[in-house]
Design a protein around this ligand. Structure first.
Ligand code: RIB
Length: 305
């Protein structure tokens, strides 16, 4: 039987502008290419996991604005159980402002809205939302203290903990929390912030991996944008080469990677096969615009594999 996934983290509406190049500080760059997409690292990962065969429940706070309603409906349509989401009257969903340049690279700023109002006390008070779930898939665009409490509850309930440490909180992740994490997937920047090692290639990724493992994280997985990903499974270093695709928008590629990893793990695939599945799904997502709009189908991932 498939394991069930509890997702936590931000659900945002993405206001995205596609432009030739990013503006410098103090500079304006004009574009007529604008679109809105359902996003948020947590929302994206839940949408991916549900689309790629996972059974997914969500726990966060949203508002009663049009964005919250639209985002909730979109996740429900993908099969995500949204019954445990708390609605705050007068509040809003998160909003992300995203710029994507001609090479598909992005820069993101965001405000978490009601997502940020989920407290550690809420997590304890609603810990029955974790019941019946086997995997916690969590991202950090909410209060770090809330993330840590969720990880504690998940461990108490014997769940597997998968985290996207994005963004890395000031001061890093506490040592006792690191030891409760089964899988953490930092990108190059996040890995550098957590370890102090500038991650540029597979060699430096291996050095950062060792530091993350020494912090107590059971399996760090480093995603390296267009250079692939690096981890170690059962003592064997695994350097995943990137798939050759024509990338137009890398927004949410990391979310697609981790959502696909969690979905395949929940379906009983071996970790190494999960990584290849995730790497393929992430690459395919960069060939389409937007966050949740870029998620490939299960058939597409399997065909590409
Ligand atoms: O990882 C991409 C996501 O980061 C976007 O969808 C945006 O909402 C931000 O949370």
């Amino acid at each position: 039987m498939a394991k069930r996934i509890l997702c936590m983290g931000s659900i945002n509406i993405d206001l995205t502008m596609f432009m030739k190049r990013m503006p410098d500080v103090g500079e304006s760059v004009v574009t007529d290419n604008f679109a809105t997409f359902p996003g948020g690292k947590g929302g994206n990962q839940a949408a991916v996991a549900a689309t790629l065969g996972g059974e997914v429940r969500y726990f966060t706070k949203l508002g009663d604005d049009v964005f919250s309603a639209e985002l909730t409906a979109g996740l429900k349509a993908r099969g995500v159980d949204m019954s445990r989401v708390i609605t705050l009257p007068g509040d809003t969903a998160g909003v992300a402002m995203i710029r994507v340049d001609e090479q598909g690279r992005n820069s993101i700023s965001f405000t978490a809205g009601a997502n940020a109002k989920l407290t550690p006390e809420d997590v304890r008070a609603h810990q029955d939302a974790f019941d019946g779930c086997d995997i916690l898939l969590i991202t950090m665009e909410i209060q770090p203290a809330t993330v840590y409490e969720a990880i504690r509850v998940a461990r108490e309930k014997g769940m597997t903990v998968i985290i996207d440490p994005s963004p890395v909180p000031a001061g890093g992740i506490p040592a006792d929390i690191c030891r409760m994490i089964d899988y953490a997937k930092p990108n190059e920047t996040e890995a550098e912030t957590l370890t102090g090692v500038p991650v540029r290639d597979m060699e430096s990724a291996a050095v950062a991996y060792e530091k993350l493992a020494a912090m107590g994280i059971r399996t760090p997985i480093l995603s390296l944008s267009d250079k692939g990903a690096f981890t170690v499974l059962e003592g064997k270093p695994i350097a995943l080469a990137p798939l050759k695709v024509s990338a137009i928008d890398s927004t949410a590629a990391g979310d697609v990677f981790l959502g696909a990893f969690a979905a395949s793990l929940s379906r009983g695939m071996a970790p190494e096969a999960c990584l290849r599945f995730a790497n393929t799904a992430a690459a395919l997502s960069t060939t389409r615009k937007g966050a949740q709009s870029s998620i490939p189908s299960l058939a597409e991932v399997e065909a590409a594999l």
